[in-house]
Structures are given as structure tokens and as C-alpha cells.
Write a protein that binds this ligand. Sequence first.
Ligand code: UDP
Length: 431
Amino acid sequence: MRVAMVSEHASPLAALGGVDAGGQNVHVAALSAALAARGHEVDVYTRRDDEALPRVVPLSPGVRVVHLDAGPPLPLPKDALLPHVEALGRELAAALLERPADLLHAHFWMSGVAAREAAASVGVPVVQTFHALGSVKRRWQGAEDTSPPSRVSVEAQLAGSADLVLATCRDEVRELAELGAPAERVDVVPCGVDLDAFTPSGEVGGPPRHQPHRVLVVGRLVERKGVEDVVRALALVPAGAPGHALSRTELLVAGGPAETQLGLDAYARHLRDVAAEVGVGERVRLLGRVGHGDLPALLRSADVVVAAPWYEPFGIVPLEAMACGVPVVGSAVGGLLDTVDDGVSGVLVPPRDPVALAAALGPLLADDERRRTVGLAARERAEQGYGWARVAARTEDAYRRVLARTPAAAPAWPAAAPGRRHHERHHQEQA
Ligand code: UDP
């Protein structure tokens, strides 16, 4: 198959850890590479955000990144991209006429809009992965949600009109049903983890330890990732048995801008203020963004990785920690409900609850043997369900089911007129 991935703001070439560069970038790059390893050709279409970027950049064997001109060739916040999505759709359609694809796989809602525009002129099916839903974001962030106001209704339309929606966890299936997505056109395929890079054995990195125990958080420095709750929990971790010195646990936070730029980041400054206020300023260290290649070594240096989001569409970081054999204490939300087997491969606690976080962390930090057992179970769980090869095989199955259901689309290159499928979609949207 030739697959056209559409990832409007999240280029697989972007540096990770910034406000808008995280799991989706990793997902698109790794899934594309794993599909290519199964013999498919993958083109990843993304918006040009730098005029120096060549039109086509080879990413990995069988995978190319294609930059489409839509809006100014500058970095723009993802919530400012909607006005350029129509242009992106036109550019995508033109690119697909030159180099046809069997199927479009759109990542995030605005890619879905562009893919739908392009599919209407080239007549190929569209698979949609939302990565995050506006309805969930609005629920949690209320007035602070900077998404375009139309997001929720457009997502509902996309969920109703895509040939298939790939949810990344069971919790998302429930959310999609609430949006009106027909159950027979929703499948679950999780995000994955690179099981060869994220391993229990290997180099141990990160800054030298200053305390007997190390807790690590990795993620974009945005409020909903709950880092503030982890800082507050650190102050509440109970003192352990003699020799364990639990009150001397350090917290490292990876993510955000480069370390030298952290002083300019309002949220980073806020975290430092909170740490000082609750008396753990000396034991919290913000590292700034860490290169993805350096993360396995950093993860291995931790006793426990905490992922305490308010909500989480999937959460690749907990999986990366699990693959490294590091126990995870996480919020019982979204993808973590599937990836972390509570009490076996990690511990789940309610979101936004520093007291519960501390109550989970204390006993785990105090018990070396339990951490070892949980770490072993975590690696096993990652191996069994979440390697990218397995995720790519499941994705390929989903693509095949879509192609089998839409025979009209199969030979439609490149001269296909908008035709019947377009009209069907149009009716669904009017309905
Ligand atoms: N990441 C990274 N360096 C950083 C921060 C994050 O490489 O400094 C990576 C991390 O390893 C993971 C991804 O960014 O692969 C974050 O994905 P996740 O699904 O956990 O969160 P999202 O960013 O999608 O909300």
C-alpha cells in the first residue's frame, strides 16, 4: 500500500518537548517507519513551518516527509492553524494527484479537515486518529481552552464521516460514541513504544543523583500534564523506614523549552515557585527538553516515573517508562487505564490529587523488591501489547478492512472525480 499520513502541525522532524510537539510527532514517525518495515510506502504530509525546509525529506527507509505550503512558512501555534487548513487540503489534493495514495490517515482534527478536502477530489478513503478530542479538552480546561470554537462540532462531523476512526484507547471509544461516531466505524489501535531503544538494560543517564531516590516526570510543560501535582506530592511523601530517607527524594522534570530558556517559560517559573512554597525547591530540578534519544538512559536513572495528567488521550511516556522496566505511578485516566495494569505493572491514582500521588509513591519508593517486580511486569506488558511492529500490524489490518469496504476507492487514481463517496459524505454532514 501507499499510505499518505497527514499531520498538519506535528512533523516527525520537530524537536520534542515543546508546547505543541510530543506524542503525535513520535506516533507518526514510528508508525510510518513500522508500516514501511512491513513493505508499505509512507508519505507524511505536514505544513511547512520554515522556508528553508526542502519539499521532500527522507525520514527512514520507505518514509518521506513532504512539506506543504499553507500559511506563512513559520512556526505557528497549532490553535492558530485552522485558517490555513483549507489551503493545506488543496495542496494535499494536488500532491496526491501527482503521487497517488491508497489511503489517507489523518492525525489530529485539522489534518482530518484537510484530508477530507483532498479525499473529495482524489477519491481515497480516510482513516482518522484524533490523538486528542476538543470535547475532553473543553471539559477540563473550560475558558482556558484556546482551540478554535468550531473544534468540537467539526470533530463530531469527522467522527461521523471518516471511513474509520482509530481510537488509541477504550476511554476514547466512549468519548467518540458521545460525539456520535458510529460504533462499527471505530476501532482501537494503541500508540506504541520502541522496544529496542526503551529497554531495562543499557546506559543510565541524566544528572548525578543528589538524593537517595529519584522520581521523574517527562512531558510537555503544559498545565494539564499535572506536574504541579507531582511537585506538591513530593512535599507529602511520607518518611520511610530507617535507611530509606524518603523525605529526601528528588524530582526531575524533563520537557518544555531548552534548559537555558526555562527562565522565560511562565509555567516553568510557576513550578519553581510552587516547589519553593511547599518546601521542596532544593529537590526539584527542571531539565528542559531532553533529546528523544537520551530519554531511555534518563528513564533508567529513575526509581519511579510519575505521569499525573488531568486527562490523557493516550500517554506514550508511561509506556516508555514501562518498556525500560521502571514502575509508573499514573493518573487513572485515558490511555493509562489500558496501558498500566493497576497494582501489577504500575499504580493508578485519581487525577489532580497530590495526596493520593504521595500515598502511592511512598510505599513504592520504600520497597526495592516491589519496584523490581512491578518493573518486570511493566516491561512484559509493554512487550506483549505495545511494540510498534505490533501496532503497525494492527493498523495495517484496519487499513485493509477499510479498503475492502470501499472498493470504489481502490482503482481511483488519479483521475477520479469527486463522485459518489463525496456525495455520501455531504449528506452525512447535512444530517
Ligand atoms: N519527549 C521527548 N523529550 C522531552 C519531552 C517529551 O522526547 O523532553 C517525548 C516523549 O518521550 C514521548 C513524547 O515526547 O515520546 C510525549 O508523548 P506523550 O504521549 O506522553 O504526551 P503528549 O505530548 O502527546 O501529550
